[in-house]
Every structure is written in structure tokens, then in C-alpha cells.
Design a protein around this ligand. Structure first.
Ligand code: COA
Length: 163
């Protein structure tokens, strides 16, 4: 089957997009729950989840962007980020955090994730961030491959144990 031509545009989300973002984040939870069974699956659609996304959409230190296919009008994916001061034990600097991103399965491997990441990088530079960071489940090999391809290097290793 031939793939339909896409015309992907990255745009800033507005408060009207919050439900769409919550649905995409639910899909991310479904995907990530393969690697992490501690996820509260109803969090994305909860009051608390909605509050978090609204904050990222509306506050100056937050980024919420959507990838939209102009040909079909469909939303293909999203990215959420935030810029913060580094923890107090580190040198004074701003760290921009890529908090979560998701591209719908039918749109993957066509450069949309890279487009979203490039927009995040541009925004981070505009926010005078000195570093960018992202966390991923240690078992999420494909996402880690994607981030390494964007130039991220291993930094912290978080170890947990069920007791
Ligand atoms: C990671 C993700 C956002 C990349 O989006 P994308 O639009 O496919 O990205 P690009 O087309 O720019 O890059 C594709 C590369 O991403 C990597 N990739 C990561 N996860 C992948 C997945 N589940 N399926 C396919 N490719 C994936 C591959 O290395 C791929 O390279 P390839 O096409 O040569 O195989 C997307 O795959 C996704 O939403 N995955 C599930 C959710 C997730 O893991 N999110 C990140 C954790 S917060």
C-alpha cells in the first residue's frame, strides 16, 4: 500500500487542545506500561493530569506543541517540556526537560518525532537553557535509540527495587 503524503506542521497547543493532549498521553501510558507496571493508567484523564497539561500550555516556562497533518487535519503527535533552574547542588543553570512525547503508531518513522524534538530544542535555546534532558524507561530501547540519535548521552542511572 502506498503511504499518503503528509504535510506536517508543528504548532503551539492552546487550552482547547487539552483533551487531545490527554488522550495522546493516555496512549503514551499504554505504551510505557509495557516497561513500567507502576503507572496509574487513569492519571492522564484525571483532574490532576488535566491541571498539569493546562499549566504546561499556559505558563511561560512550559512548552506544549502538536504535530498536525494539514492534509487530513489529524493530530499525529505531541510534545511537552518545561524549563527550570537546575537542582541547588548543581552549577547555576537552566535545564529544559523534555517531559513526554508521543507520535501515533500510524505516523511513526516519518520524521515527526524529530520535528517535535527540533522545535523543543529551538524553544530551549530561546529560554536560555544550558542543557536539555529527558528520562525514559530503561527498557524502552526504541525511545532511547531515538534520543541518542538526537545527541543525548547517558547521564544518571536510577535504580529501584520493590520491597
Ligand atoms: C519515540 C517517538 C516519539 C519517535 O517518533 P517518530 O515520529 O517515529 O520519530 P522519527 O520518525 O523522527 O524517528 C524514528 C526513529 O525513532 C525510533 N523509535 C522510537 N520508538 C519507536 C517506535 N515505537 N516505533 C518506531 N520507531 C521508534 C527509531 O529509532 C526510529 O528510527 P527508524 O525509523 O530508522 O527505525 C515515537 O516512536 C513514539 O511515540 N514512541 C512511543 C512512545 C514513546 O516511547 N515515547 C518516548 C518516551 S517518553
Amino acid at each position: 500500500m502506498t503511504e499518503l503524503k503528509l504535510n506536517i506542521v508543528i504548532r503551539t497547543a492552546n487550552p482547547k487542545d487539552v483533551n487531545e493532549i490527554q488522550i495522546l498521553n493516555s496512549k503514551l501510558f499504554e505504551s510505557d506500561s509495557r516497561f513500567d507496571q507502576t503507572f496509574q493508567m487513569d492519571w492522564p484523564m484525571s483532574k490532576e493530569g488535566k491541571k498539569y497539561f493546562i499549566k504546561r500550555i499556559t505558563k511561560d516556562n512550559g512548552l506544549a506543541i502538536l504535530a498536525v497533518d494539514e492534509n487530513s487535519g489529524k493530530v499525529a503527535g505531541y510534545l511537552i517540556g518545561a524549563a527550570c533552574n537546575a537542582q541547588s547542588h548543581r552549577k547555576k543553570m537552566i535545564v529544559a526537560n523534555l517531559e513526554n512525547m508521543f507520535v501515533k503508531e500510524e505516523f511513526r518513522s516519518r520524521g515527526i518525532g524529530t520535528k517535535l524534538y527540533n522545535e523543543f530544542l529551538k524553544w530551549s535555546q530561546e529560554k536560555n537553557a544550558n542543557r536539555i534532558k529527558v528520562e525514559a524507561s530503561a527498557k524502552n530501547d526504541l525511545a532511547i535509540k531515538f534520543y541518542r540519535r538526537q545527541g543525548f548521552e547517558d547521564y544518571d542511572l536510577v535504580l529501584e527495587k520493590e520491597i
